[in-house]
Write a protein that binds this ligand. Structure first.
Ligand SMILES: NC(=O)c1ccc[n+]([C@@H]2O[C@H](COP(=O)([O-])OP(=O)(O)OC[C@H]3O[C@@H](n4cnc5c(N)ncnc54)[C@H](OP(=O)(O)O)[C@@H]3O)[C@@H](O)[C@H]2O)c1
Length: 313
């Protein structure tokens, strides 16, 4: 059983970390932990007002925290480009990119670019963001990392290349599972490509187990289902760990020296839903390089973001 917790994190003075979805839940708790260890944290938030409120709560715990709130709407590729340009221009370095923001099991909605919102926000937005920030990650001296937040739900996921955006048929949980499997496939494919070029960037996937956050409320709220909302609230009270504990796998993936590119990190306790972080194995489909390559090609075509990383195959 792992004994790694926030007290095990190294000093992060002089390091710059980007956290997507930094205003809420796991992203907020990760921001707090990074800031307490001395990192400069770029809080990438869909709504700057919510980002500034979150920043104020972090400052209550860590008055010296170095925090910048920047607008990032992963459901809009123009916003992703604007954000990435600002980070590349105004931050001197980027040591860790945390692809954490997400939505879960929401009714079908489209992003500004016409993607299914779950696939668009959870996968394609982060795929584009990572590609646009990769030059900055590679130019930063020393080892840098990309950490992509998945979910245990990826295990029931399948990539439906014939209907990626749920236009023919849509199930909100299948769409979430597909997007979370895409997160792991992307993390591993990125690592294979980085490895082949000898870049000093590690790509790692993680999942938080089950943590009580706003994530569980969004789907029922959007569907207008008070029963589902109530069930989610009860389930959270019974099963979930805190958002701070849910942030531990991401923090471990981002900072532990033992982490290697291509690792998958999650909580090691009951049913991998809670507990301290450890390396785990994701489902067999996530290690299928042919699916990873195909998803990569589709993601480049759909986002228009081409990585300058050759296909190792
Ligand atoms: N909590 C769990 O039990 C659990 C389990 C498995 C995986 N995860 C994963 O953990 C990650 C964090 O979720 P959480 O539990 O911390 O949920 P949360 O409290 O709802 O936080 C989600 C964050 O993502 C942001 N976000 C949503 N849509 C966005 C968009 N279009 N552009 C930019 N940011 C956007 C939200 O911003 P707003 O506040 O503006 O909506 C919020 O900051 C997600 O990837 C989720 O899939 C969570």
């Amino acid at each position: 059983m792992s004994e790694w917790d926030v007290s095990s994190m190294p000093d992060l003075s002089g390091k710059t970390v980007v956290v997507t979805g930094a205003n809420s839940g796991i992203g907020l708790e990760a921001t707090r932990a990074f800031a307490r260890k001395g990192a400069h944290v770029v809080m990438a938030c869909r709504d700057v007002g919510r980002g500034e409120s979150a920043k104020a709560t972090v400052r209550e715990d860590a008055p010296a925290a170095s925090l910048t709130v920047r607008e990032l709407d992963l459901a809009d590729l123009d916003s992703v480009r604007t954000f990435a340009e600002a980070v590349a221009d105004e931050e001197r370095a980027l040591h860790v990119l945390c692809n954490n923001a997400g939505v879960m099991a929401i009714p079908r909605r489209e992003t500004a670019d016409g993607f299914d919102r779950q696939f668009g926000v959870n996968h394609l937005g982060h795929f584009a963001l990572t590609g646009l920030l990769l030059p900055t990650l590679r130019e930063t001296p020393g080892e840098t990392r990309v950490v992509t937040q998945s979910s245990g739900v990826h295990e029931r996921g399948r990539i439906d290349f014939d209907d990626l955006h749920g236009e023919s048929s849509y199930d909100e949980w299948d769409a979430y599972a597909q997007s979370k499997l895409a997160n792991v496939l992307f993390a591993y494919e990125l690592d294979r490509r980085l490895d082949a070029t000898g870049a000093d960037v590690r790509s790692v996937a993680c999942h938080p187990g089950w943590a009580a956050t706003n994530l569980q409320q969004r789907g029922p709220e959007m569907a207008g289902s008070r029963l589902r909302l109530w069930l989610m609230e009860v389930a959270n009270r019974v099963f979930a760990q805190s958002a701070a504990d849910g942030a531990l796998p991401l923090l471990y993936a981002a900072t532990a020296p033992a982490v290697e590119g291509g690792d998958y990190v999650g909580p090691g306790g009951l049913l991998n839903m809670r507990g301290l972080p450890e390396k785990q194995r994701s489902n067999d489909r996530s290690y299928d390089g042919s699916v990873g390559r195909r998803l990569w090609a589709v993601s480049e075509a759909e986002t228009g973001v081409a990585y300058s990383l050759p296909d190792p195959a």
